[in-house]
Design a protein around this ligand. Structure first.
Ligand SMILES: NC(=O)c1ccc[n+]([C@@H]2O[C@H](COP(=O)([O-])OP(=O)(O)OC[C@H]3O[C@@H](n4cnc5c(N)ncnc54)[C@H](O)[C@@H]3O)[C@@H](O)[C@H]2O)c1
Length: 255
């Protein structure tokens, strides 16, 4: 029970890594708030957790909408009176390419650029902007941001996504510096290729998938493997770690 009685908001917890984190955090004793814009998925994860006897609440949220984020935080405070953990996990990527062009700078329309950044980077900023005052008042808090290897390496072909994830890395570092004095830790995970709906189509293509299997461990990651890294950073086991930018990539980035 590493998160016993903690209140943990996980964004994008209706699918993939966020869903696994919600289940693991709840099993470790946290009351998990599923902040997700996909209502069906959010409700289904809530039900799955409640059915196991653990605690979860789904609150429909679009993290790119400041009013939505403000209402989410107000609702959590009115019900639970505190926020101990914020896992900023929600994001859009390859699976949204029918909506937004995932391409290099010259092929990326400004509207698509703005929309991708408004979720992946602005959404992270908005969540922090509204949760940090609560954590400062508590004089304790723990933020884990989900970036990507794209945020630290020159992975081509999705430049708005890459810029948004680079922004999340930089923001994580500076927030660790700014808010450490309030006993708030901020860390950042950079997953490699993880088997979730976001990259399902890529993984189904053997030609492309083999690039992702080229790291030392020779396979793509599972969403629960990222969730376990998030659990470590969100728990007291990492109490002296802040400002860490942690690849969870089967060693892909060191080759
Ligand atoms: N899968 C990978 O290979 C991979 C690699 C590196 C980083 N990531 C990052 O990991 C995070 C989790 O992605 P995943 O792989 O679990 O993908 P996923 O598509 O399975 O899950 C993303 C979740 O975020 C939600 N979401 C998206 N925009 C939202 C918004 N505006 N408001 C609320 N919820 C929103 C989606 O509905 C979905 O439930 C993302 O930030 C992604 O960029 C994924």
């Amino acid at each position: 029970m590493r998160l016993k009685n903690k209140v943990a908001i996980i964004t994008g917890a209706g699918s993939g890594q966020g869903k696994e984190a919600a289940k693991i955090f709840a099993a470790e004793g946290a009351h998990v708030v599923i902040a997700e814009w996909n209502e069906d998925n959010g409700k289904s994860v809530e039900k799955e957790i409640l059915n196991t006897g653990h605690k979860a609440t789904f609150i429909k949220t679009d993290i790119s909408d400041e009013n939505n984020v403000k209402e989410l935080v107000e609702q959590v405070i009115s019900q639970k009176h505190r926020i101990d953990i914020l896992f900023n996990n929600a994001g859009i990527g390859f699976s949204s390419r029918s909506q937004y062009k995932m391409a290099s700078v010259l092929e990326t329309p400004l509207d698509d650029w703005n929309n991708i950044l408004s979720i992946n980077l602005n959404g992270t900023y908005l969540m922090c902007k509204h949760v940090l005052p609560i954590m400062i008042e508590q004089q304790s808090g723990n933020i884990v941001n989900n970036s990507s290897l794209n945020g630290i390496l020159g992975v081509t072909g999705a430049d708005a996504y890459t810029a948004s994830k680079g922004g999340v890395v930089a923001l994580s570092r500076v927030m660790a510096v700014d808010y450490g004095k309030y006993n708030i830790r901020v860390n950042c995970i950079c997953p490699g290729a993880i088997d979730t709906p976001m990259i399902q189509e890529v993984l189904d293509n053997p030609e492309i998938a083999k690039n992702y299997e080229a790291g030392p461990l020779g396979r793509v990651g599972k969403p629960e493997e990222v969730a376990q890294a998030a659990l470590f950073l969100a728990s007291e086991e990492s109490s002296y770690i802040t400002g860490l930018i942690m690849p969870v990539d089967g060693g892909w980035s060191v080759v």
